[in-house]
Design a protein around this ligand. Sequence first.
Ligand code: HEC
Length: 104
Amino acid sequence: MFGAMSAVMFGAISSAAAQTDLADQIAKADLGYGEYLAGECVTCHRKSGAGIPQINGIEAETFVIIMKAYRSKDLDNKVMQMMAGRLDDEQIISLAAYFSSLSN
Ligand code: HEC
């Protein structure tokens, strides 16, 4: 079902069932809660921030994988490790649902 690249990319997710769960959780996520949580993200992540990537419109499951990788320190950025370290799974999913709903 998945190619090698996808298998690597979805390595954070242990099974197809877990992935379906994630899609399901994203579909049910509270956008208002995501928007509320996004308040502290957009101080850096503005539409045209110098040197800071634009995060609007990142596909939701990818967004979750990125945030969990910062949280587990698999991705290397001190600020983002700290930001993600304060978030639980529900908060990350709400943020993913919110940012993926925005146009980039
Ligand atoms: C103090 C500034 C700052 C804040 C606040 C911040 N970020 Fe970041 N974020 C960054 C920087 C800088 C990078 C780029 C890191 C790198 O290139 O290694 C980044 C990268 C990211 C990425 C990866 C984007 C990509 O294209 O690779 C995501 C997703 C992200 N941040 C989400 C968030 C979320 C969600 C929040 C709020 C909970 C947040 N950030 C708060 C500075 C910030």
